[in-house]
Design a protein around this ligand. Structure first.
Ligand code: NDP
Ligand code: 8X3
Length: 250
């Protein structure tokens, strides 16, 4: 049966590249994000390759998440792949200077939003005895870096949720795994630095960062393994990066 893939954060970066990659595999696509103009354009583009529907909601808004998933057309309801990708960092500050609104955003989006999206889809997967969940974590979920405090905490939470989901869903035959990238050149830093594009661009200067397509390739490899193979936890960094704080720049 054609896989039905639900991708959060499909309007940009890793999620967008994954949508493109999956369209080449002819997976049916449910593309999510808040920016409706981008979703509409993407649907138009990818519909040349496969069946696509879109859902616009904020992952923080629990009733909106529920409503959006319930609104799916009948032939998109049996979701078999969930890419929990929507997420971001807000600010890069010492803990004593952190903006509590930034803390709320990161915990609400990266942790609570991921849970809100996952639960109804997990119920469908259990019913169908078929499913694969990929949680996009980060190297920030494996180590902590100065001023990364709350973003790192949110990604450590994703790491714990990934392990917990795998344990709870094992008896239902559902695959669960995390992909944890290091630096990927996306809109991530533009969001983190609140539109300060010059500062954001500096993050990816003087070394070759991962590209969103690199992660999309890995996601695609992961979901196309035979069903008895579950890539449980994968860390991927640019060759020029050895840890969150050690990056070889020219
Ligand atoms: P982008 O900023 O390019 O993409 C983020 C995506 O998340 C967008 O599609 C955005 O869509 C969506 N999103 C953000 N907030 C919300 C929200 N409240 N509700 C619904 N959707 C939301 O960043 P990346 O592609 O880099 O980030 C994707 C994931 O990868 C994140 O979880 C990030 O933490 C993780 N990651 C990124 C790394 C990097 O270096 N770039 C490294 C490691 C992990 P919209 O604004 O339309 O809602
Ligand atoms: C994003 C990578 O190093 O900017 O998760 O935190 S990093």
């Amino acid at each position: 049966m054609t896989p039905i893939a639900f991708i959060t954060g499909a309007t940009s970066g890793i999620g967008l590249a994954t949508a493109h990659r999956f369209s080449k595999e002819k997976f049916k696509l449910i593309l999510c994000g808040r920016r409706q103009d981008r979703l509409k354009a993407l649907q138009e583009e990818l519909s040349a390759h496969t069946e696509v529907t879109t859902l616009s909601f904020d992952v923080r808004d629990k009733p909106a998440v529920q409503q959006a998933i319930e609104s799916l057309p009948q032939d998109f309801q049996d979701i078999s792949i969930l890419i929990n990708n929507a997420g971001n960092a807000h600010g890069l500050d010492f803990i004593q200077d952190g903006d509590t609104a930034d803390w709320d955003a990161m915990i609400d989006i990266n942790v609570k939003g991921l849970l809100y999206v996952s639960q109804p889809i997990i119920q469908t997967m259990i019913k169908n005895k078929n499913g694969h969940i990929i949680n996009i974590g980060s190297t920030a979920g494996k180590e902590v870096y100065p001023k990364g405090n709350v973003y790192c905490a949110s990604k450590h939470a994703v790491d714990a949720i990934n392990q917990g989901m795998r344990m709870d869903l094992c008896e239902h035959g559902i695959r669960v795994g995390a992909i944890n990238p290091g630096l990927v050149e996306t809109e991530f830093s533009k969001v983190r630095f609140k539109g300060d594009d010059e500062r954001a661009d500096q993050v990816y200067k003087r070394f070759k960062a991962l590209q969103p397509e690199d992660i999309a390739d890995i996601i695609c490899f992961t979901v196309t393994r035979p069903y008895h193979v579950n890539i449980a936890d994968l860390v991927v960094m640019p060759t020029a990066q050895a840890s969150s704080t050690m990056i070889k720049k020219s």
